[in-house]
Design a protein around this ligand. Structure first.
Ligand code: C2O
Ligand code: CU
Length: 469
C-alpha cells in the first residue's frame, strides 16, 4: 500500500558545517516528508496500563516482553515497530510512592536491549547501564523501589550504540508514580489524569518508520497517532506530557487558552505556573492542568506546536462531567538544598575533525571502563554544564541518572521558566551554560550522564560517575 506524501521544501546544505555531517545541524525548516494524514482524523489512544501479575508483600510484579510488532500509526497502514508489551507506546506502569515494583523484561528481539527508568532513583544494578544489557532470548528483573515523591517518569532502551534507534522505533513507555502524600491536593485523577507521549517520526511511502536525520521527522505523533483528536468532558484534566522527540523542542500552545503547569521532571512544582506556551524539550515532562469547564459542548481546542507551526492534537469538548478536583495555589514545597561541597565543569561537544564524528564530554568519548567523576554518597555538588559546540550552532541537552537536580542559574543569570522544579534533563542550546545542583543519596556504583539527544550519546556524548561510600 502506498500513501500519498507531501514533499516539504529541502534547504540547501550549509557550507559552514563540517562536510558529511549536515544531519547533526539543526535546519531552519523541516526537510522531511510529512505523512499526508488529515489532521484530527484519528482518535488519540491512551496507552494501556500494565497489570501486575502479582501484588503481594508491598510489591507489584510485572512481566513485559520486548518484541517487534506491527502498529496502527498512520490510518490504514501497519507499521513495523519495536515495543514494550506489543504496543507502540509501551504500557504505562502506575506505581505508588512507598510501594516497590519489580518489572521482568523479556527480550524477544534478535539483538540486545535494556531498560532505563528515566528520572528514577534506583540502585545502579537496576539502572539500565548502557553496557548492562539483556541478550536476545534472556530476561531481566529490574527493581524499582519507588521511594521518591510522585512524578511522571518514563522507561526506554539504553543499550549502548542502539539506544537512539531503539527508542525511535518504539521502545518507550510512561511510568507514573502516584504519591499518597499528594492526594489531599485533589488534583484531577483517574480518567482525568491522562499521559500524552509526544514525538515526531519520518515515514517512507509504504508507511514504514525511517531512522534517519532527526530533522526529517516531520510527522508529529501524540500517543502514537498523527495529530489525533481527543474527546474531553467540560471539566479539569491533568495531562502528563512527555517529549520523546530527539533534537527537537516543542512549543505548545492552545491558541491563548491558559494551561497551568503543576509538575516538571521530578514531581510537583511548589505552585502552579500559568502558561500560554509550554516549552518541552527532549525527554522532559510537564504535568499541566487544562480546565475545559468554561467551554460549550462542541468546542474544539487545538494544541499547536509553534516550532513546526503544526497542530499536535485537538481536544473536543463532547460532554459534561462533575468535577470536585482543584488546583490549589500551593502544591508541594521543593526539598531543601544542602550546601554544595564540590563544584565541577561538564562540557558537551563533538569532535568533527578526526574522522567520523565523535561525541565528547569534557573532551573524551564515552568509555564504559572509565569513571569520569567520583562522587561521595550523600554529598551535594554543583555542576557547571556548557555547550562546547556554539561555533557550529549545535544544541545539546544534559541528563543525569539517579538524581533530580535544581537549576541554579542560566548563562550566569536567572533560570528559565522551564527550569523550574526538580529536573533530570535540561536543554543546552548553543552559547549556553547551566549551573545545576544535586544531592547524591542512597546508592553506590556507576551512573551515566549524557546528552539526551540519543543520536549524540550513541556517538559517545556520554560519561559516568562512580558513587562511593
Ligand atoms: Cu532517558 Cu540515560 O536516559
Ligand atoms: Cu548533544
Amino acid at each position: 500500500m502506498v500513501l500519498p506524501f507531501t514533499k516539504l521544501p529541502a534547504l540547501a546544505d550549509d557550507p559552514a558545517i563540517p562536510r558529511g555531517r549536515q544531519d547533526l545541524i539543526p535546519r531552519r525548516a523541516r526537510a522531511g516528508t510529512r505523512a499526508a494524514v488529515t489532521p484530527f482524523s484519528v482518535r488519540m489512544p491512551i496507552p494501556p496500563v500494565a497489570q501486575p501479575m502479582m501484588s503481594a508483600g508491598g510489591l507489584d510484579l510485572y512481566t513485559i516482553p520486548i518484541k517487534p510488532a506491527n502498529a496502527d500509526i498512520l490510518p490504514g497502514v501497519r507499521t513495523p515497530v519495536l515495543t514494550f508489551g506489543g504496543s507502540f507506546i509501551g504500557p504505562t506502569i502506575r506505581a505508588r510512592t512507598g510501594r516497590a515494583a519489580k518489572v521482568v523484561f523479556v527480550n524477544q528481539l534478535d539483538m540486545a536491549a535494556n531498560v532505563h527508568l528515566h528520572g528514577g532513583h534506583v540502585a545502579a544494578a537496576d539502572d539500565g547501564h548502557p553496557m548492562d544489557v539483556i541478550d536476545p532470548g534472556r530476561m531481566r528483573a529490574y527493581n524499582y523501589p519507588n521511594s521518591q515523591q510522585g512524578a511522571t517518569l518514563w522507561y526506554h532502551d539504553h543499550s549502548h550504540h542502539m539506544e537512539a534507534e531503539h527508542v525511535y522505533r518504539g521502545l518507550h513507555g510512561m511510568y507514573v508514580i502516584d504519591d499518597p502524600a499528594e492526594r489531599h491536593l485533589r488534583l484531577p485523577e483517574g480518567d482525568y489524569d491522562v499521559p500524552i507521549l509526544l514525538r515526531n517520526a519520518q515515514f517512507d511511502d509504504a508507511g514504514a518508520l525511517v531512522f534517519g536525520s532527526p530533522f526529517d521527522r516531520a510527522t508529529i505523533l501524540a500517543n502514537g497517532r498523527p495529530q489525533p483528536y481527543f474527546p474531553v468532558a467540560a471539566r479539569k484534566y491533568r495531562f502528563r506530557l512527555l517529549s520523546v522527540a530527539s533534537e527537537y523542542t516543542f512549543r505548545l500552545g492552545l491558541g491563548g487558552v491558559e494551561m497551568k503547569q503543576i509538575g516538571s521532571d521530578g514531581g510537583l512544582l511548589p505552585a502552579p505556573l500559568p502558561l500560554t506556551e509550554l516549552v518541552l524539550g527532549t525527554a522532559q515532562r510537564a504535568d499541566i492542568v487544562i480546565d475545559f469547564s468554561r467551554f460549550a459542548i462542541g468546542t474544539q481546542i487545538v494544541m499547536t506546536d509553534a516550532t513546526s507551526g503544526t497542530p499536535v492534537l485537538r481536544f473536543d469538548v463532547t460532554s459534561r462531567a462533575s468535577d470536585n478536583s482543584r488546583v490549589p495555589n500551593t502544591l508541594r514545597p521543593l526539598p531543601p538544598m544542602p550546601a554544595a561541597t564540590v563544584e565541577r565543569d561538564v562540557r558537551l561537544s563533538f569532535d568533527f575533525f578526526s574522522g567520523a564524528p565523535v561525541g565528547l564530554v569534557n573532551g573524551l568519548a564515552y568509555d564504559p571502563n572509565r569513571s569520569d567523576f567520583t562522587v561521595k554518597r550523600g554529598s551535594t555538588e554543583i555542576w557547571n554544564v556548557s555547550n562546547g559546540d556554539s561555533a557550529f550552532g549545535i544544541p545539546h541537552t544534559f541528563h543525569m541518572h539517579l538524581v533530580q537536580f535544581r537549576v541554579l542559574a542560566r548563562n550566569g543569570g536567572a533560570p528559565l521558566p522551564q527550569d523550574a522544579g526538580l529536573k533530570d534533563t535540561i536543554e543546552l542550546p548553543p552559547n549556553s551554560t547551566a549551573r545545576v545542583q544535586a544531592t547524591f543519596t542512597d546508592y553506590l556504583g556507576r551512573y551515566a550522564y549524557h546528552c539526551h539527544y540519543l543520536e549524540h550519546s550513541t556517538l559517545g556524548m556520554m560519561a559516568q560517575m562512580e558513587i562511593v561510600p
